[in-house]
Ligand binder design. Structure first.
Ligand code: CMP
Length: 226
């Protein structure tokens, strides 16, 4: 697939004409990362924005007691690294490759010029930032209000909304992030996640199949846990 076709897969560029895509692509560089590689480090200086083409990343921060907190999981078509370029502050979080990952990058000047030249790209970016803020608000509410099991359920709902596929009322998450990563998203321990999965399985809410997790009767799960 050519670079332009690859860029069309990134939603915020979806409305650009072929010639506009051509000029944006001309300014981009391709980067590849191995699983586990730290792509961005919290507090470092931001110099590029990244558009994910292949693979998945986690956005993390360290809590004051030294635990990894996962703020979000991103996949193909998502972008990251835009915040520090827009705010002029340092990187707000770490970005770590969860698997072999490929991204296209724009440097600060080209990123800001692209937003100025193409209002549709800017609006697409604002829309995504609004969605991220909404999710953060929901997470803050769930962290302060609920017990660990409910937080895990809410975390599963969030992953299902971002990555799940729905079939006959069931939602499949494939692959399910590791139990430690789910624990870090929900602000709890791996053991609690493992115990909660077992309880949810016994109660018929979920089914595990290897690296997959199927949420049975998603609507019921949604109404019982959110
Ligand atoms: P930046 O601050 O430049 O570097 C870290 C990146 O992580 C940040 O830009 C965003 O792209 C991304 N990021 C930070 N917080 C969140 C969040 N809550 N949801 C999704 N992405 C985030």
């Amino acid at each position: 697939m050519g670079k332009i076709d690859i860029l069309k897969e990134v939603p915020i560029f979806g409305d650009l004409s072929e010639s506009d895509l051509q000029s944006v692509v001309g300014k981009m560089e391709s980067q590849s990362y191995k699983k586990g590689r730290i792509i961005l480090k919290e507090h470092s200086v931001g110099e590029h924005c990244y558009f994910l083409i292949r693979g998945r990343v986690k956005i993390t921060r360290m809590s004051s007691d030294g635990r990894e907190v996962i703020l979000a999981l991103l996949g193909p078509g998502d972008f990251f690294g835009e915040m520090s370029l827009l705010s002029g502050e340092s990187r707000s979080a770490n970005v770590i490759a969860l698997e072999k990952t490929k991204a296209m990058t724009l440097n600060t000047e080209d990123f800001l010029n692209t937003l100025e030249l193409h209002p549709k790209v800017a609006i697409g970016l604002l829309r995504e930032l609004a969605i991220r803020l909404q999710k953060s608000d929901e997470q803050i509410a769930s962290l302060s209000l609920s017990d660990a099991e409910r937080r895990i359920a809410i975390t599963l709902l969030r992953i299902a909304e971002e990555q799940g596929t729905i079939h006959q009322g069931n939602v499949t998450i494939d692959p399910l992030p590791s139990q430690q990563d789910v624990a870090n998203m929900a602000g709890t321990t791996r053991e609690t996640v493992s115990r909660t999965y077992r309880l949810m399985e016994e109660d018929g809410y979920v089914k595990r199949e290897g690296r997959k997790l199927v949420i049975l009767y998603f609507k019921r799960f949604l109404s019982d846990f959110s």
